[in-house]
Design a protein around this ligand. Structure first.
Ligand code: ADP
Ligand code: MG
Length: 558
């Protein structure tokens, strides 16, 4: 009877949905595993691509983990964490996005039986963190430096890294062709941190082998007015003037009110307009520039004026392109035509307007500062070129990373097997439950070689057994053996030049462990009534399964 007298405590708003405890954890793990299963098949050189089309009807074909995760539009709150780590891996190192998602999902999958058996997740988290620290130390220890080589040698080695990245992509068939191009582009910009100094321009049509690298800037011809055809289309060592002003006759109709007492004065006003623009144009010509670019419009009057004086001009140049010309040609963008000194003019060896496929391109090559490069990509379908661009972006990032950190590890699952072995060995020295957890972590790392085999149609169990045997060798000579994607056996990844920058692996292990630990540390999800409708059906279905899905009673918090 006494219990009936007790007033009910209402903590949360009516309609709040909470789910907590073990069931909640397991349901989160299931969601993450499901995400892992989606990207699983894209890993490696034999990985498949995903075609994703959204409600707007745009179609994307991609092999890039980050791109796929972004487009999947995941609504599950826990699984969203995996999207975030894929994105951060993409912006941090540029490659290894599938790897990071797959590893996180696998860590969680290995943790699931322990959670179901009642292990407290904090124990797991602690062991996972230890294992991750050990693993990263080991990667650093095993990494091989490419420092101290000659430029030519280094270029060759970097091209190998780029080729490894590209081998899993649509353009993998032409990886030699593109990897040298990427290395040249990265070498061209030197130590500059600004990634946008490497431009990628897409021109549909033609063969992908028709793609080429410009050691300078190239951009699509801008909209031009009559008179443009009379302008010269090629210069040797021209002076380049970069402007951020309009060279157009402003008609008086725009916001202008003029009161005249004498109609004859009208002509003087019109003349003044003309004088202003002619004055501007004269100053441009006097500067000695042969190429005039402006971010704003260059009208028909100016176009004709320049044409009469054998000067090339282009208006409405995209800001990004103009800045790249400034960086490469050594000029400064001007906001006024007064006092143009020679220092603000840029130059390049050759400027020309050229036909590329169905488009005309303005190309500045042989730029003095040499700090830019542009890759002009050709290819059949739009989707193809877009994926090629994403792949090249990965490769560019990888080469830049390798130039900066200059240590590499063997790919093809070799480094993963080696760390796995190391952790297993280490776990034997530990007493207590932690031994099991570290062992599971070690097992999870094997997902990379296993998935590489699965995706290529090899017998994963067989290959993994061979790899374990090789890596277990006392002499340590098997340490760089990984999956041989061509024969279905195992091979020395170093000897085959399947290399990855060490930072890709380090970042992937770190991010995946953090994500797994984060998800393991969540034991309760509270959904307030407002967000419910926004979250959609899918989330509600997945999350509602947790224990204690009732409304706002008995909130237990740690
Ligand atoms: P991610 O998005 O994680 O970079 P990828 O689809 O690019 O995923 O696959 C990368 C994996 O494929 C790496 O583990 C890498 O070592 C492996 N790999 C790449 N090229 C080869 C190759 N030629 N032989 C074996 N493994 C390779
Ligand atoms: Mg990759």
């Amino acid at each position: 009877m006494a219990s009936m007298m007790q007033p009910q405590i209402i903590l949360l708003k009516e309609g709040t949905d909470t789910s907590q405890g073990k069931a909640q954890l397991v349901s989160n793990i299931n969601a993450c595993t499901a995400v892992g299963d989606v990207v699983r098949t894209t890993l490696g050189p034999r990985g498949m691509d995903k075609l994703i089309h959204d409600d707007k009807g745009s179609v994307t074909i991609s092999n890039d983990g980050a791109t796929i995760m972004k487009l999947l539009d995941i609504v599950h709150p826990a699984a969203k964490i995996l999207v975030d780590i894929a994105k951060s891996q993409d912006s941090e190192v540029g490659d290894g996005t599938t790897t990071v998602v797959l590893l996180a999902a696998e860590f969680l999958k290995e943790a699931k039986p322990f959670i179901e058996d009642g292990v407290h997740s904090q124990n797991l988290i602690r062991s996972y963190r230890t294992a991750s620290t050990l693993a990263i130390e080991k990667v650093k220890e095993l990494a091989v430096s490419i420092e101290g080589k000659s430029v030519e040698e280094k270029k060759g080695l970097l091209a190998k890294c780029a080729a490894t990245t590209l081998s899993s992509k649509l353009i993998g068939g032409e990886k030699e062709f593109f990897s040298t191009m990427v290395v040249d582009a990265v070498m061209a910009i030197g130590n500059d941190d600004r990634l946008n100094l490497i431009g990628i321009k897409k021109v549909p049509g033609g063969n992908m082998r028709d793609s080429f690298l410009v050691d300078g800037v190239a951009f699509k011809k801008t909209f031009s007015y009559a008179g443009f055809e009379q302008q010269p289309k090629k210069f040797v060592n021209p002076k380049i003037l970069l402007l951020n002003i309009e060279l157009e006759l402003k008609s008086e109709k725009e916001n202008a009110e003029i009161r005249l007492s004498d109609p004859s004065q009208y002509q003087s006003i019109v003349d003044a307009e003309w004088n202003i623009i002619y004055d501007k144009l004269d100053k441009c010509v006097e500067s000695g520039a042969k190429v005039v670019l402006s971010r704003l419009a260059i009208g028909d009057l100016a176009t004709q004026y320049f044409a009469d004086r054998d000067i090339f001009c282009a208006g409405r140049v995209a800001e990004e392109d103009l800045n790249r010309v400034a960086a490469a040609a050594g000029g400064t963008v001007q906001t006024s035509v007064n006092n143009i000194i020679t220092e603000v003019l840029g130059t390049c060896e050759i400027f020309e307007e050229k036909q590329v496929g169905g488009e005309r391109f303005n190309i500045f090559s042989g730029c003095p500062s040499g700090r830019t490069a542009t890759i002009v990509l050709r290819g059949g379908a739009d989707q193809f070129i877009e994926e090629a661009e994403r792949s090249l972006h990965d490769a560019i990032m990888i080469v830049r990373r390798a130039v900066k950190n200059s240590t590499v590890v063997p790919g093809g699952g070799a480094i993963d097997m080696e760390i796995s072995k190391y952790l297993r060995q280490h776990s034997r020295t530990i007493a207590g439950k932690s031994q099991l957890f570290i062992n599971s972590y070690a097992k999870a790392l094997e997902v990379i070689p296993r998935q590489l085999c699965d995706n290529a149609g090899f017998d994963a169990t067989d290959v993994l057994n061979k790899l374990r045997q090789k890596h277990a060798m006392q002499s340590g000579e098997g340490a760089s053996y990984g999956v041989d994607i061509n024969t279905g056996g195992i091979a020395d990844s170093y000897a085959n030049f399947v290399w990855e920058p060490a930072v890709v692996k380090i970042n992937a292990i770190n991010a995946a462990t953090e994500a797994a630990c984060l998800i393991l540390s969540v034991d309760e999800t509270v959904k307030n009534p407002k967000s419910e409708s926004a979250q959609g059906e899918a989330a509600a279905g997945a999350m509602g399964r947790g224990r204690g899905g009732g409304r706002g009673r008995g909130m237990r918090r740690r």
